[in-house]
Design a protein around this ligand. Structure first.
Ligand SMILES: *Cc1c(COP(=O)(O)O)cnc(C)c1O
Length: 383
């Protein structure tokens, strides 16, 4: 059976009523017949029927045994780090999601957990960076915003050899393109805010574990720390999952057309696109913050906003938005220069999106001409 069919039919028909959509159990508590005697649910932080359905569906889709849904992608990352102890070290991908970097550096450092950052597309560097204290490898692939790809299976082999936990943030690829647990990872994390939710209307995170014992620990932290996903938001993710394959395939088709257009454009220096997914980044020939700033304010269909993976196209300028807090030297070393622009290609018609970008290119060219004229005029005045 194809993955799409399997996914759609892993969403159950409600046994009690025949409802074809998963009911939203908007309740905090459950009535008990006697103390401790209940129908499998006692309190919605611990377990809720709508959230439980979502967790079952995503566990199947990512080929894991246990899943847990959280109130944000960062809350999910946070729960994984809670598996560690003071004195442990994380080996993390160097162009890591900014929020994960902040969590590691500003929260977990003070609890004695240290992090080493390494380019995970370089396996020798990964080997070399492992110390006696290393407990967890943290990978994102493709990375943000330069979409660098790492070999999950090769890193899983390294993790196995040194008996390390291996977690993959699978937000950018989505389970449609990659299922890290089948390639040797122990844990998958999603910011379901992005492709899984898919409509820019929910903040949510997911963890999927391969081993039931690790899954049990994650579930413990989900309940003990309490950053759970509510019933309505769980419903929204289930609804998003129903069209995940369809949406992601279309995102890819349109993003490919956009990437091809950019590749040929005279005003573009470099295009970053791994060949799948809805995110495309590119560097302007005019590698300046002013040109990029004019560009991102000139599009009509691409809305200027952070985030990605939704039905509507978004445009962002990493240097002044998502990656602002990163040290400029480090930023540059990671290829995030002033003229870098990131697109989340949505589900509008691809030709319309290309036209919208072409109009924005016209704006920066006109502006360049105008500023050239101004300089000439200023020169005349000074003479
Ligand atoms: C957005 C994002 C996160 C954080 O998720 P939130 O739902 O915003 O908390 C984590 N990892 C990646 C790769 C992301 O893009």
């Amino acid at each position: 059976m194809q993955a799409t069919t399997q996914l759609l039919h892993s969403i159950p028909v409600d046994a009690q009523t025949g409802a074809i959509a998963v009911p939203i159990y908007q309740t905090s508590t459950f009535v008990q017949e006697a103390p401790g005697v209940n129908k499998g649910f006692d309190y919605s932080r611990t377990n809720n029927p709508t959230r439980q359905e979502l967790e079952k569906i995503i566990a199947q889709l990512e080929k894991g045994t246990v899943a847990a849904a959280f109130s944000s992608g960062l809350a999910a990352i946070d729960a994984v780090i809670k598996l560690l102890e003071s004195g442990d070290e994380i080996l993390a991908v160097n162009d890591i999601y900014g929020g994960a970097f902040r969590l590691f550096e500003k929260v977990y450092k003070k609890f004695g957990i240290t992090v080493t950052y390494v380019d995970m597309s370089d396996l020798t560097a990964v080997h070399r960076a492992i110390s006696l204290k290393t407990k967890l490898i943290w990978l994102e692939t493709p990375t943000n915003p330069t979409l660098k790809v790492a070999d999950i299976r090769a890193i899983a082999d390294i993790a196995e050899r040194y008996k390390l936990l291996f977690a993959v943030d699978n937000t950018f690829a989505s389970p449609v393109y990659q299922q890290p647990l089948t390639l040797g990872a122990d844990i998958v994390v999603h910011s379901a805010t992005k492709f899984i939710g898919g409509h820019s209307d929910v903040i949510a995170g997911l963890i999927i574990a391969k081993d039931p014992e690790i899954g049990k620990q994650i579930k413990f932290y989900q309940n003990a720390c309490g950053a759970v996903l509510g019933p309505f938001d769980s419903f929204l993710l289930i609804r998003g999952l129903e069209t995940l394959h369809l949406r992601v395939q279309q995102h890819t088709r349109s993003a490919t057309q956009v990437a091809q257009f950019l590749q040929k454009h005279a005003a573009v220096e470099e295009v970053f696109y791994p060949g799948f997914g809805g995110v495309v980044s590119f560097r302007l020939k005019q590698d300046s913050e002013s040109a990029a700033s004019i560009f991102v304010q000139s599009t009509q269909l691409f809305h200027l906003a952070e985030s990605l993976g939704g039905v509507k196209s978004l445009i962002s300028h990493p240097v002044s938005m998502t990656h602002k807090s990163i040290d400029p030297e480090k930023r540059k070393a990671a290829g995030i220069t002033d003229g870098l622009i990131r697109l989340s290609v949505g589900l509008e018609d691809a030709a319309d999106l290309v036209n919208d970008l072409e109009d924005a290119f016209q704006q920066i060219t006109q502006n360049k001409k105008a500023s050239g004229l101004l300089k000439k005029e200023a020169g005349l005045v000074s003479i």
